[in-house]
Design a protein around this ligand. Sequence first.
Ligand code: SAM
Length: 412
Amino acid sequence: MPSPMDGRSPGSEAPPEAPPTPEDQVLELLGELPRELFPPSFVASVAAIEGYAGAWAVELARRLGLGAPLAAGATAGELVGRLGFVPAFRPALAWVLDRLAAAGLLSAEEAAGGTRYRLAGALPDPERESWRRQALTADPANAPALALFDAAGDACPAIARGEISGEEVLLGPAGSGLWARYFDNANPTYAINNAIAAIAAANRLPGARAAVLEVGAGGGSSSEALLAELERRGAGGRLASFRVTEPSPFFRRRCERSLRRAFPALPLAFGDLDVDQPWGAQGIAPGSVDLVFGVNVLHVARDLAATLGEALAALAPGGWLVAGECLRPFPGQSLSAELVFRLLGDFNDVETDPVCRPNPGFLTPEQWRRSLERAGFEAVDTVPDLVRIRQVDRRFSAGAVCGRRPSGGEPV
Ligand SMILES: C[S@@+](CC[C@H](N)C(=O)[O-])C[C@H]1O[C@@H](n2cnc3c(N)ncnc32)[C@H](O)[C@@H]1O
């Protein structure tokens, strides 16, 4: 390796180069994604929102009265029993405990009844306002992410006591506006999921005239990202049809209104597919689709293996499934955005499987690979390569899971 002095006189010596930061290293590992997706403001936003989530974990430990039982040591199940919480709150409580343990504020020891947590010292000041300022300084467009977190955090004590459900808080009249602003391409830390999935899907759009089926389109932010990416590439004409489906009439109406306005020339159709029910009976003929697309929906499929089987059957040979997903870098690692979703029954009430889906919610790259391969997909991959990226940055959790229906062989 050349020394820093090589070829220079002592007087002109340049300062030694700083070692690359994890963020710099991630930029080298993006594969098919452009670096422009990850500007410094985005990197700073992720760090600040991570800090904000950690601050909420400390604040919730206080508001939920976890201090005294944790000083003595307790599992999540024991806390639920001792503090009289409803069982539905346990996944959110587990998130609080995981975050505190990850921050070194709790010790965690595996025991017969589950992980036993013990307070390592006094809980610090959460400094939530300081993290909020940092997040808004990084990008004022982070406000909806903070607002959704606040709605979830503020409601936790009442949800824990069973006075209100997570669905009422987050999806009811007061929460649905917050929800819609969060799942929007103007919200940078959510939009990244759509942008990655859109690029991965556009790169894999098969054939000259492709039939696209989107599942779980919600208010349409993921559809918007893919349609905009195709238009940007001048590839709108390659769409034979783009069927946007979403079971919630409220979100479907919203989605249809905005997409028809934004993409009047594209062949859009709208419907209400439920990924948990047989797709053929809902009008999706076997082998009729060239690309099945969805962002942050497949992880709520009740029976993931069955849903992936339906997606495979819907695809024509050689067709692709591209699922934008929040990916869990390492098994058991809790993610900052997860508190909000763990308050919702649909997120938690799914069939698990020790190999492919050991927990509800977000899955690791390996768990997705095993799930897709077991369902019969080939060329399974994540975009970008999370398995390499997580070695340098364990916070990186946005990606797209891709798999192709084999071209040969029997119909599925
Ligand atoms: C997190 S949102 C994502 C929405 C949209 N893809 C986006 O990125 O803006 C998940 C969506 O999945 C939908 N969903 C939930 N369960 C579903 C099911 N069984 N079948 C189809 N969609 C479902 C929800 O209604 C919601 O709109």
